[in-house]
Design a protein around this ligand. Structure first.
Ligand code: PGA
Length: 255
């Protein structure tokens, strides 16, 4: 768990913004603040083509902005037309990668086992991992949320020990992604505790306390503050509202 000021504000731009747009966004974001924002570290998962320019702009920012990718292949290199490797992402300037996003699982048929192989490669390559887990509507209604979280988390992280410190868990209930309202704060807090208990049971109490768990799903500048007030929420993973300077800077400022 994290203290208030170190909660992480992470943007997931999905398939939005060219490299020029990314660079302008980051330069303007950095000039919005005369002193560091309340949440003093921002992470942005940008399209592959924008990583290099975004990283260049972030290097000149007045407060820390980390740049990362939204996916990668698990192989070191090879005949995988259209894919990208961890080494390529690092060279371009990425310091982290989002893995297991529900859009990757659902639209691109990524299995828990494949996500596991990607996590292994990312960590070996020195990238931090944001591992997304979350139940869909049917799973929640069938009372299977805990089972789904357990399966997704334990399969993705099987075989790891202390290295799971390099993994940030993003709890993203699929049924609230891209909607108008997030999951209720008490539900978010409850599922974060469930995730911490899984880490405690499978690894140990120290890691369960240390590992960061962020929430994602319809976060915007009107609801971010309430969610961040939950003790077990170490930050936010924000899709739509991270595309606008106005809302992303308001969230960073803790408004
Ligand atoms: P959203 O997306 O904030 O637009 O709901 C979150 C995500 O998919 O990571």
């Amino acid at each position: 768990m994290t203290t208030e000021a170190t909660k992480l504000i992470i943007g997931n731009w999905k398939m939005h913004k060219t490299s020029e747009e990314a660079s302008t966004f980051i330069q303007t974001l950095s000039s919005c603040f005369s002193s560091p924002p309340k949440y003093s570290e921002a992470w942005l998962a940008v399209p592959f083509t924008a990583i290099a320019k975004a990283a260049e702009a972030a290097a000149h920012s007045s407060f820390p902005i980390r740049i990362g990718a939204q996916n990668m292949h698990d192989a070191e290199e090879g005949a995988y037309t259209g894919e990208i490797s961890a080494r390529m992402l690092k060279e371009a300037g990425a310091s982290f990668v989002v893995l297991g996003h529900s859009e990757r699982r659902r639209l691109f048929f990524e299995s828990d086992e494949w996500i596991h192989r990607k996590v292994v490669r990312a960590i070996e390559s020195g990238l931090r991992v944001i591992l997304c887990v979350g139940e869909d509507k049917g799973e929640r209604e069938a009372g299977k949320t805990e089972e789904v979280l357990q399966r997704q988390l334990l399969t993705a992280l099987q075989g790891f020990s202390e290295e799971i410190q390099h993994v940030l868990i993003a709890y993203e209930p699929v049924w609230v992604i891209g909607k108008t309202a997030p999951a209720p704060p008490e539900m978010i807090e409850k599922e974060h505790l469930v995730l911490r208990k899984i880490v405690q049971a499978e690894w140990n109490n120290t890691l369960a306390k240390k590992i960061k768990i962020v929430y994602g799903g319809s976060v915007n500048s009107d609801n971010a503050k309430t969610i961040l007030e939950e003790a077990d929420v170490d930050g936010l993973l924000i899709g739509g509202a991270s595309l606008s300077l106005e809302s992303f800077s308001a969230i960073l400022q803790g408004k």
